[in-house]
Design a protein around this ligand. Sequence first.
Ligand code: SAM
Length: 218
Amino acid sequence: MKKPDRILELRRREMVEALGRYGIVNRRVLDAFQDVQRHLFFAEGSRETAYDDSAYPIGFGQTISQPYTVAYMTTLLVERSPAGKVLEVGTGSGYQAAILDALGYSVITVERIYELYERAKKLFLRLGLDIVVHFGDGTLGWKEDAPFDGIIVTAGAPSEPGSLLRQLANNGCMVIPIGDFVSQQMTVFRKTGEELQREVFQHFSFVPLVGKEGWEGS
Ligand code: SAM
């Protein structure tokens, strides 16, 4: 292994240890964070920051979420829908989708910014990841690929999009931050037959979910 790779591997190990100290204890989730090389989802010049526990700009006013946030959402999903087909809304850098792929899910992800969609599609191809990427408004889900065992929304929504709830499989769950532009509460919806259960967790701060069933935007 080349020296820079070795350093990045050590930094990745430190990131995973830090996640453990912050309360992420699910072994499957921690192993996925150890397996996926987060620095590959960063531009060449900023890879040394990839293992800091912070969000980072990826262009077009968007960010790659901080590792703790990705791990927190992933844990909520894994504990309720441990396998099957997952829809991610908000591809961004592609990192969250790669984590879901490493966990063994069949992953479909949607991005509304064309340049980010294209960049992620090329990256998945280069890394040999079997992840389906769509370009479009993810607040409407992706009817052709539904139903989903899990849905994970990685941008802040004003409320739960009805289209996404309709595309959840029976016993499926959706993890979505809901609130205003400043702060959102992580919320989980679980569908059982006709029933919909809602659980609310801690606050986070996401970029807005823009679309027909999200915030208005250009
Ligand atoms: N999951 C990403 C990652 O691992 O890098 C980070 C997501 S970033 C915090 C939020 C992403 O959601 C942005 O790329 C943004 O363009 C996208 N987004 C916002 N509204 C969307 C929508 N209606 N449909 C699809 N993507 C959307």
